[in-house]
Design a protein around this ligand. Sequence first.
Ligand code: C5P
Length: 290
Amino acid sequence: MKSLSVPAPAKINLFLEVLGKRPDGYHELETVMQETSLADTVELEESDSGIELTCTEPEIPCDERNLAWKAARVFQEESGIKRGVKLHLLKKIPTAAGLGGGSSDAAAVLKGLNTLWGAGLADEVLMAMASRIGSDVPFFIKGCTALCKGRGEIVQPIETRQRLFYVILYPEIRVATTSIYNSLKIDLTKGLKDANFFVKAFLSGDPDSFGKLLFNRLEGVTLGLYPELRKTKALLESYSPCGVLLSGSGSAIYALCNKRREAERIREELTRQGFKKTYVVTNLESLEPA
Ligand code: C5P
């Protein structure tokens, strides 16, 4: 039986603006996402029929509620290939953290089945399948860094070779994305932040400059609902990194750092403060050595 292992990286949002609510209930977004070196691994093994799923985390459901399972079903339906697969998720990415773990696992299943079953489908076809699974899933098909629009499914890659370092802190609070969007009050009298302005600053390459422009419209909602996260953010800011931001709808908060050793220093401070889930990560596309 053929088998395959596919990495499923976590994302962070460097910028996220909500342009408005759509008739379909979703929100119109402009968001810059970047894949990081924190990653799950998805193992796929051919089987005669059906979709079987196992996972290293006992609390994660292993049925059709899991986006990885759903991805296998969507791939079968859309490709017409009705073979079976055994999926195993080796989880490293915290769940309900705003790091896109479930979405990335789903994208890894689509890419993995495309290879395992020799379907040879183009990325664009996989991205159309991905958008049926969840708003963040299409981003992970090509990954790296991208400006994502619409529900998140319109993906414009951003070419960067810069190596950036981050400390990600998972405060062990599970945040439901839907509840954050439901609590968001869209006030169109407040100026909208401009994604292109952020992208320009980002491409200029200086973390000290674009770090000040990191922005997430959902942050105020999540910090309002979980006041302890305000303290966590303030703590990270007290170490003076280039910028600090909540990722997605949270609860993970990250600090953008100039150098790996600055990120390591902040991580040590956080460990001393009693935080157990902290990660020093880099983005994936740089050509420079880590
Ligand atoms: O697309 P996905 O199922 O990942 O989205 C989860 C939830 O997040 C949706 O049910 C919706 O409440 C919210 N959402 C949104 N607008 C988006 C993306 C997600 O309102 N663009």
